[in-house]
Design a protein around this ligand. Structure first.
Ligand code: MN
Length: 345
């Protein structure tokens, strides 16, 4: 059994598994030996990918390594305040590395590097905190007890006797704060809070990160949230909420796909709501022909069960799929499915 596999993510023991401790030590020694190092995460970077890649990139840079952080597509605006942007590269053309660290990715298909480029990457060091029975790295450091990759990096840094600079502390904190939902989720362990305390001692200013991540909402996103909050319906039992963003509205306001990201969480945050669903035009295809369904659960009722009714996949907390059904039909079908799966007892 690969290390750290005893528990599901979200059902944490908060004890770092022995195998994971061993992997963090091996990874520290491989990083010590390598000189040219590449860092990358899954495509469609979230706070964990952006924060942990830059934390590791900056740390390696500070310790005299040649380092680059790869992202083929620009990161969301909210992460551009992070230190270390000068380490970012958008192409691997003509580059070779001794080692490549892949964070938070699960599998190669999520990274967005074609097979041909892989021989340029050197030894693959795979760091992740999601269940993975067959991680593809030459060395794999999987720890399901970690709330974020940032926590895993912090373990490696301790082995390397590296105390984070204020810049590295800031990037680590973005990873931690993102994956714990600003310390609101079940994975906000004593270990996570202790690490945050250490980072403050290293020069982190939490209020500056909060201002960037949570108080810099674009006006377009605020309007998207406005429509979701003015169209939502709640089932009579109060546990299910759904809303939509209409094609007319999206077109008229010129709202980009990235601006719709996270809007569903505003529905999940309604009192009593266990499962929320947002229907939005699938802007990657024809805005008027296809809709994207985005589901989020507080975790008691699994999104995967509802997704299955629509021939889609998901996990306990989230699901998403594209369909040609109309917004009105979708909303009715979704409420029916939820009530069939979880009748009021
Ligand atoms: Mn993560």
């Amino acid at each position: 059994m690969p290390h750290g596999m005893e528990t599901e993510l979200g059902e944490l023991s908060y004890q770092i598994p022995t195998e994971a401790q061993k992997a963090s030590r091996e990874m520290a020694s491989l990083l010590d030996d390598a000189h040219d190092i590449l860092v990358m995460g899954h495509a469609g970077a979230d706070g964990d990918v952006a924060g942990s890649s830059l934390a590791l990139g900056l740390m390696l840079h500070e310790t005299g390594k040649s380092v680059a952080v790869y992202n083929a597509e620009p990161w969301p605006l909210e992460f551009t305040f992070l230190p270390g942007q000068e380490l970012l590269i958008a192409s691997l053309e003509g580059r070779r590395f001794d080692a490549t660290v892949v964070v938070d990715a699960g599998e190669w298909s999520r990274v967005g590097v074609d097979d041909a480029k892989r021989e340029q990457l050197g030894a693959i060091l795979w760091i992740d905190h999601h269940r993975n029975d067959d991680p593809p790295g030459d060395l794999n450091y999987i720890d399901l007890s970690a709330a974020s990759v940032g926590e895993q990096l912090y373990e490696i840094f301790k082995v390397m006797k590296y105390t984070p600079s204020a810049e590295v502390a800031t990037a680590l904190y973005v990873s931690l704060v993102s994956d714990t939902g600003a310390f609101r989720y079940r994975n906000a362990s004593a270990r996570a809070f202790r690490m945050a305390g250490d980072l403050v001692e290293c020069g982190l200013k939490p209020e500056r990160v909060a201002a960037q991540l949570y108080e810099s909402r674009s006006h377009a996103k605020a309007r998207a949230i406005g429509q979701a909050l003015s169209t939502f319906k709640v089932s009579p039992c109060g546990r299910f909420a759904s809303a939509y963003l209409s094609p007319d509205f999206i077109e008229h306001e010129g709202i980009a796909l990235t601006e719709m990201h996270g809007v569903v969480n505003e529905l999940r945050a309604l009192r009593g709501v266990e499962v929320a669903m947002l229907i939005q035009p699938d802007t990657q295809h024809n805005i008027r022909e296809r809709n994207r369904v985005i589901m989020r659960s507080a975790g008691m009722l699994s999104c995967a069960k509802v997704a299955k009714e629509f021939d889609a996949k998901g996990n306990k907390f989230a699901a998403s799929w594209v369909t040609s059904a109309s917004q009105e039909d979708l909303q009715d079908l979704w409420f029916e499915a939820c009530l069939r799966i979880w009748p009021r007892t």
